[in-house]
Design a protein around this ligand. Structure first.
Ligand SMILES: Cc1cc2nc3c(=O)[nH]c(=O)nc-3n(C[C@H](O)[C@H](O)[C@H](O)COP(=O)(O)O)c2cc1C
Length: 436
């Protein structure tokens, strides 16, 4: 049994697939889980609450204002291992994305301190609608686990994407997710099934290394070096990896400061974000914080050079002629400054290389006096810059210590954070491996 001693809250919305929920409840129980159910008013029209109550052995949560069932919206998930909403309707997904809490299910989800998993199910046009996709993206960025719907015949008579995954698939996903807890780092590759959709197999780890008591500073995104009032020199960094690291570190209980170059990504919950533009701004912001942090992760793609002279007025081709020469001067190396600081925090750099990666990464690690360096092969179009996936090789001073194969950035961020926190905690002689 894979879910022994687990409490799972199953939220059921008003989608036709709600009729499959008694089976999902049963499958979870078969693995040993104690299942509590909560339904929306529409959900209650499509699945029998009497059945859910009889199967689960617990009252079905539905109304916020009922003292009788004694399941408060705050308490419901307080000690749960996860909350799974299946089917998740377009309506409830929108509410979750925007923090609405107007029924027992959405209020419980908002108050849930545990992982939230949703299995969207709806007509294809509803699913593909930009509003639904934008809401799903918000949830994904926030670390909600999304089990994507399947393609196939839909209840409305049409065929297309929007079918809720089968209860057995959802149960398998929950088992895989919850059983990561406590696994040694090297074994966190049990998934994916090779033919399964990516999100279905996302291996985001549950916190196993605690960041409690650690203060982490992360730089993310590109920097911009102005040429004139309207033009800049920048690079293709999306900032996604650094933001994912900030979220992963925060989820593990660390106090996180994120120094972000110009990107339009939402700030992960409870992360202190400082926006900067130029490499010099970023250098100053990092330096100002240096005495107050235990770990620095330099994930930003910092411009190596800046303009020797920034034109105060917009350059015009009419006055510049056929060619224009710009003189660049070197920026300060931020992560090298951190690595050589005294006292210095545990220092992690990134090496984005297109060739001879390993040699370059090792050389950088030594020259910049880093503890770890994560090598990112940016010549690959399927990972790295602007991609939602990444793959890293991590080196310490003695050589390669981990290969993190291609996975969503949230997964890679979780793995790298685990690695760093375990190293820092064990170097401090603190017990690691504790859940926050
Ligand atoms: C028979 C029936 C089936 C429905 N199936 C779905 C569905 O699969 N997905 C969905 O997003 N909405 C579906 N709806 C519409 C939702 O029930 C409606 O948007 C409702 O407001 C959702 O409320 P809830 O999110 O609070 O459960 C269905 C409606 C009916 C009448």
């Amino acid at each position: 049994m894979q879910l022994e001693h687990r409490k799972i809250v199953l939220g059921i919305c008003g989608g036709i697939a709600a009729y499959k929920c008694p089976e999902l409840c049963r499958l979870l129980q078969k693995q040993g889980a104690d299942v509590y159910t909560v339904v929306t008013a529409s959900g209650a029209k499509l699945v029998s609450t009497a059945t859910l109550q009889a199967l689960s052995g617990h009252p079905v949560g539905s109304e916020i204002f009922t003292a009788a069932d004694n399941i408060g919206h705050i308490e419901l998930c307080a000690d749960a291992d996860c909350m799974v909403i299946a089917p998740a309707t377009a309506n409830t997904i929108a509410k979750l994305a925007h923090g609405l809490a107007d029924n027992m299910l959405t209020a419980a989800a908002l108050a849930a301190p545990c992982p939230l998993i949703i299995a969207p199910a709806m007509n294809s046009r509803m699913y593909r609608h930009p509003a639904t996709q934008a809401n799903l993206e918000i949830l994904k960025q926030r670390g909600v686990f999304i089990i994507p719907p399947a393609d196939g015949p839909l209840a409305c008579g049409e065929s297309g994407i929007g079918r809720m995954r089968e209860p057995a698939e959802i149960a398998a996903y929950i088992c895989a997710l919850l059983n990561r807890h406590g696994l040694p780092f090297a074994e966190n590759t049990l998934l994916p099934k090779p033919d399964a959709p990516r999100e279905l197999t996302a291996q985001k780890l549950l916190p196993t290394a605690s960041g409690a008591g650690l203060r982490v500073l992360i730089t993310a995104g590109p920097t911009e070096e102005p040429i004139d009032p309207v033009r800049v020199i920048t690079n293709k960094s999306s900032g996604k990896m650094g933001f994912a690291l900030a979220q992963a570190a925060r989820e593990r209980g660390a106090e996180v400061t994120l120094i972000a170059g110009p990107v339009h990504l939402p700030t992960p919950a409870q992360v202190n974000r400082i926006n900067v533009k130029t490499a010099q701004d970023m250098y100053d912001a990092v330096k100002a914080k240096l005495d107050d942090v235990d770990i620095v992760i330099g994930c930003a793609a910092v411009s190596d050079y800046r303009l020797a002279y920034v034109y105060p007025q917009k350059l015009k081709k009419e006055t510049q002629g056929d060619s224009l020469t710009l003189t660049l001067i070197k920026n300060e190396d931020i992560i090298a400054m951190v690595g050589h600081a005294n006292p210095r925090p545990f220092t992690v750099g990134f090496a984005a290389e297109t060739m001879a990666g390993e040699a370059q990464a090792k050389e950088k690690l030594a020259r910049k006096n880093l503890d770890l360096i994560a090598l990112n092969d940016v010549s690959r179009s399927d990972v790295g810059f602007n991609s939602d996936d990444n793959a890293l090789t991590v080196f310490d001073r003695d050589g390669k210590i981990a290969d993190l194969p291609k996975a969503p950035k949230a997964v890679i961020a979780a793995q790298l954070t685990e690695l760093i926190f375990n190293m820092v905690q064990s170097s401090r002689g603190t017990a690691s491996g504790n859940k926050e």
